[in-house]
Each structure stands twice: as structure tokens, then as C-alpha cells.
Design a binder for this molecule. Sequence first.
Ligand SMILES: *Cc1c(COP(=O)(O)O)cnc(C)c1O
Length: 433
Amino acid sequence: MTDNALNTSRSQEIFGAAQEIMPGGVSSPVRAFKSVGGQPIVFDRVKGAYAWDVDGNRYIDYVGSWGPAICGHTHPEVIAALHETLEKGTSFGAPCELENTLAQMVIEAVPSIEMVRFVNSGTEACMAVLRLMRAFTGREKVIKFEGCYHGHADMFLVKAGSGVATLGLPDSPGVPRSTTANTLTAPYNDLEAVKELFAENPDAISGVILEPVVGNAGFITPEPGFLEGLRELTKENGALLVFDEVMTGFRISYGGAQERFGVTPDLTTMGKVIGGGLPVGAYGGKAEIMEMVAPAGPMYQAGTLSGNPLAMTAGIKTLELLKQDGAYERLEATTKRLLDGLLECAKDAGIPITGSSIGGMFGFYLCEGPVTNFEQAKSTDTEFFGKLHNKMLEKGVYLAPSAFEAGFTSLAHSDADIDATLQAFSECFYEIK
Ligand SMILES: *Cc1c(COP(=O)(O)O)cnc(C)c1O
């Protein structure tokens, strides 16, 4: 890197070594800076709204570990609770009361959830929920939407978002055609397309799964009537409606998108925030459906480390913090301030932009917009975004290294952090254009 205000020599050294021993040098593809150019920053530690890299540079962090850090990184109460639990053990492989506590909190928070099963990641939750959809309905097909990401299981790697979209990858090799033959896709916000799929596949569709607000193709909100329409269509056709709230759960409101939009699905998947920074996923829904899961019922799904005490503790503490009065109002105000300011900075500089925010989640596209589906999202100026990303880093702001990922704020982001970020955006827009 020439002409760089930032010294990132340690990062470069470590990442160079990583590339020799791990594919692409990372444990998950979006962490690599492939679509924005430059080399990833290697983190040393995180606290509140900030991340420090191994060269000692500090960044205002809008990735927040891709969502979990909603109370701010290493919140003292979460860390204290973890210390206490740590003394008792890291994994039991037997029932533990902390599971009851978190399960009860999730059931109270999320309208659709009467029973819940804990797993270790969002991918696992989505894999299991699809099996459950099929087991409950006795049907094999599933409808998903272009640009939505439901983890990396075979049957969901069709027109997927997240790293698949970022890297412009075709549907992945290694996924047998027979596995995805039952995965039908429709454009997001297109009820007519869903109607047609139901008409073309009578009594064969187990359900519809979607991100109720899309965060893996940038940031796309459901148009008025879309979620309601899906609720009706699935009901009419004897199919299940599944909200993948791995990203939106506890992020756009305490009860997730289903609370925010007042549409209750049959099943819900969760992840990210629910683990407070430790690996947790969950799926839940109506008791009559969840009773199908082993050992209550015949649908098999298991996990050696599932529901482990450390992960449960981080989740419980995080949800307790989020439950406090005014948490979501503050989060929403912070995010809106950032987004409104960002749109203004771009407009002042004459840069085409469209964007929005809900709760602690935001996104923008460098095009005129509006963007209501993945096809339209692709008209964002990815080259400009790459330059913007690099320049923002130099100015101490860490954005997701992809034009197709949502941004995340936290309760630790102060007005001063937002002001500093907007100042950086403003400078960058003028420097790049
Ligand atoms: C992150 C994400 C997943 C996958 O979760 P992992 O914990 O990364 O496996 C699934 N669905 C959505 C909507 C996500 O944002």
C-alpha cells in the first residue's frame, strides 16, 4: 500500500502468513477484502464502538462482528458474567439451567416462538429449520429469494447473498443439483412471482423462507404488504412461513422484524445477537411444529456443544442489556443520525446514493435507486465503494468490506463517533469523486 496514511505493516505480515496456511487467509470469506481491494486489517482487540488492529490503529467499527456486538464490544457486564460462568465450566454436554433462562427470554421476546432449540450458528439453525419444514408438511420444495442468505448449507446456495454476492460467485461447485432441485427462487418484494411458484407446484412447497429485512444483499426493506402477502399465500397453500431473523432478531427491535412489522411467521431462525458474541444459533416456532424435533419427535437434529453455558451466558446478559428502557430508541436514533448524515454528505458532493436504516441496521447503495430487490442492488457502484472503503479505513472507520452487506451500529456508538464518521464520509466523497 503506497500513499497510505495508515501503518498496517503488522497486519500485512500476519495476513501474508495466513494466506499460506488457510484458504484466502481467512476463516470466513467476507472478512477478506477481495471486493474492495487492499488487504484485511488484522484485529488485536475490541471495546465499545471501537476495534484496534495489530499495528495499534483504532477504528470506529460498523461491522460489530457482523451483528452480535449490539451493546458495544466486550461490554463489562457481559464479560463479568462470562468470567463467573467460566469458573463453573465451558461445556457440560448435559442440561444446564442457563438454557431455560435464555429460552424463556427468547419465547417472551419473539411473537412466533413458543418453543426453541439452540444450535451453534445461523447456518445450523437454517439447515435444521428446512428439515423441520419438510418433516412437518411432508413436502420437499422450498421458496427462497434472490440475494437472501441463509447460511452455507447446500440447499440454500442458490442465488445467495452475503459472501456469495460479494465475490460474484455462481452457485457453488460441490452442491449436487439434486440437492438444490427443490429450491425455488423469486425476486424479493415480488408477490406475483411467489404466487406463480405456488401455482406451478401444487401441494409440493413446504414453505417460504426469507430475511424479513434483507441484510445480505446490502440493505433492502420489505415493501408495504409484502410480508403480509407472504403470510396469506403460505396459509392458503398449506405451507409454512419462516423468517430468517439471524441478522434482524434483537437488532431491529427486541422482538425482531416480526414484532416490528406485525407479521407472525410459523418458524423463526436466530443467531448473531442471540449469542452476544459467542457462537449461538436457534430456531423456534409454534409448539405443535417444534414438538417434531427429537427427542420430542422424529426429526433428528443434535449438537455436542449446543446450549453450552458460556454461549448461553453471553446471550442472556446481552438480552438483559437490550431490554432496558430506551435501548432501541437510542439505537434507532444513532443509526438514523448516521444514515441521514451520510445521504446528505453524498448529495452535497454530487454522488448518487440511496439508503435507509431500521433499528441498529443500515445500508446504502451508490446509485440513484430505489433498490427493492437484488437485481437493482447490483447497480450500486462497487468500484466507488471499494475506494470509499479504503479511504474510510485510513480515516479510522471500519465499514463492512463489501457493497452487499448491511452496516451495524451499537449502543456504544456516541454522537461524537457518528460526527467523526460523517466528517470522514464527507472528506472521502470529495476526495474520490
Ligand atoms: C449470518 C446469517 C446466517 C448464517 O449465520 P452463521 O452464524 O454465519 O452461520 C444466516 N442467515 C442470515 C440472515 C444471516 O445474516
